[in-house]
Design a protein around this ligand. Structure first.
Ligand SMILES: C[S@@+](CC[C@H](N)C(=O)[O-])C[C@H]1O[C@@H](n2cnc3c(N)ncnc32)[C@H](O)[C@@H]1O
Length: 395
């Protein structure tokens, strides 16, 4: 796994252009018809992919991909019956899926099937690789388009409460990107952390949402004590309900604004999964996290993998996705709370600068092979590399 150790005092310097020749800002002569045609075709491809994405979200929510994956080629009526859905709707959805290259069709028998390599990316059984779950973001965010359009004029953002299904979809994403990777990939990012968790430490997850990561950790490490804090009462209620269902006695959930948090030297490990960049007061939250750590404690922050400037992200594999989610949600919710609107692509340079300002002396930045979307920042209040080297030399 590639690891980059950063100096804590990096500044936000522009990243050199990526070598691509940018399109000329002003046309030098008459526009070629072929160039216009090529661009129009590119836009049509975008519309088709957007349409497939919307229908992919519906295929996930209705369970149609799961039904298709579990059966041989079937007619629209058979598929609708198996899914408990209306045949006319299922047939129209199949029209989008077949023309979109997701579902296959035998014209002679009018039977449809989902090839296994596509089922491996689109079904609940394929989780944590279920991309159909990710497609839900576009419909969640599409619902607030009017408010975002208005915010382009008034600039005051869109409040969290405007986003229906946000916590539900976020919890699904957490299940795939965080929970599925915790044991094998994320916990091992901090040397010795698994052993400390086994022995028993105090852990808090800031902006825990519905708390899936915390519940997983509480089950795996019964000697440690876990607290989930989130500003959303709805998300905290869901986390508390899950923990009660599983009969966990070592996890508590609290509604709390992390910007007004007064914990001092109370935790050995602070976690924040995708929860810093959309804060209304991110600098205060980072300071509070620093103060909440005991000596020897560590802050593990998962946040979006990006550079802090547009030109540093031109080759990003999911650049448009990140900026769109940010504009439609992350930046907007921060602005709605009177915050700076860092945005999802606040980037590594700014993140490191803010961590240093909050009092973290050493930060390493890791990226996991399964996760192009995130960096994992491991931040220590003390720079104990010399101590570590000395103890390594003794063993
Ligand atoms: C993008 S979600 C991530 C949720 C969760 N960590 C996960 O990975 O599923 C960000 C979370 O931060 C919470 N949040 C935002 N501002 C907060 C604040 N000031 N204090 C505590 N939680 C906050 C939101 O309610 C939301 O649940």
């Amino acid at each position: 796994m590639p690891a980059v150790v950063e100096t804590p005092r990096s500044t936000v310097t522009p990243i050199p252009p990526n070598g691509q020749q940018p399109a000329s800002p002003a046309p030098a002569g008459p526009v070629s018809e072929a160039a216009v045609q090529a661009f129009a075709e590119r836009m049509l491809r975008s519309f088709n992919e957007a349409a497939v994405t919307l229908m992919t979200s519906i295929g996930h929510r209705t369970g149609l991909f799961d039904v298709l994956a579990q059966r041989p080629a079937a007619t629209s009526r058979e598929i609708a019956e198996a899914a408990g859905l209306n045949e006319r709707y299922v047939r129209e959805w199949l029209g989008a899926m077949t023309t979109g290259g997701i579902v296959e069709l035998d014209p002679a028998t009018h039977r449809y099937w989902l090839p296994p390599e596509r089922a491996a990316c689109l079904t609940r059984a394929a989780s944590p690789n279920n991309l159909a779950s990710v497609a839900q973001w576009f419909s969640v965010l599409g619902r607030v388009e009017d408010q975002v359009v208005a915010a382009f004029k008034h600039g005051r953002g869109v409040p969290y409460a405007a986003y229906e299904r946000f916590h539900e979809v976020m919890a699904e994403e957490s299940g795939q990107t965080v929970v599925a990777a915790l044991d094998q990939h994320i916990i091992p990012l901090v040397p010795g952390l698994a052993q400390r968790l086994e022995q028993g430490i105090d852990v808090v997850d800031v902006g825990c949402g519905q708390g899936r990561a915390l519940v997983h950790l509480a089950e795996r490490f019964p000697r440690s004590r876990f607290t989930g804090v989130d500003i959303s009462a709805e998300a905290i209620a869901a986390g508390a309900a899950t923990s009660a269902e599983r009969g966990l006695g070592n996890v508590a959930f609290r509604v709390l604004d992390a910007a007004a948090w007064e914990a001092r030297e109370a935790f050995d490990l602070v976690l924040a999964f995708d929860a810093i960049h959309d804060q209304s007061a991110p600098a205060a939250v980072l300071r509070n996290i620093r103060q909440a750590l005991r000596p020897g404690g560590v802050f593990l922050m998962q946040d979006i993998a990006a550079a802090s400037c547009h030109h540093g992200n031109l080759d990003h594999p999911v650049g448009p996705f990140i900026y769109t989610i940010s504009c439609m949600h992350c930046m907007s919710v921060s602005l709605a709370g009177g915050g700076p609107g860092l945005g999802a692509a606040w980037g590594k340079e700014l993140a490191l600068e803010m961590l240093a300002e909050a009092g973290f002396a050493r930060v390493s930045v890791e990226q996991l092979p399964h996760d192009v979307l995130n960096y994992y920042y491991v931040a220590w209040p003390e720079d104990n590399r010399l101590q570590g080297a000395a103890s390594e030399a003794r063993t």
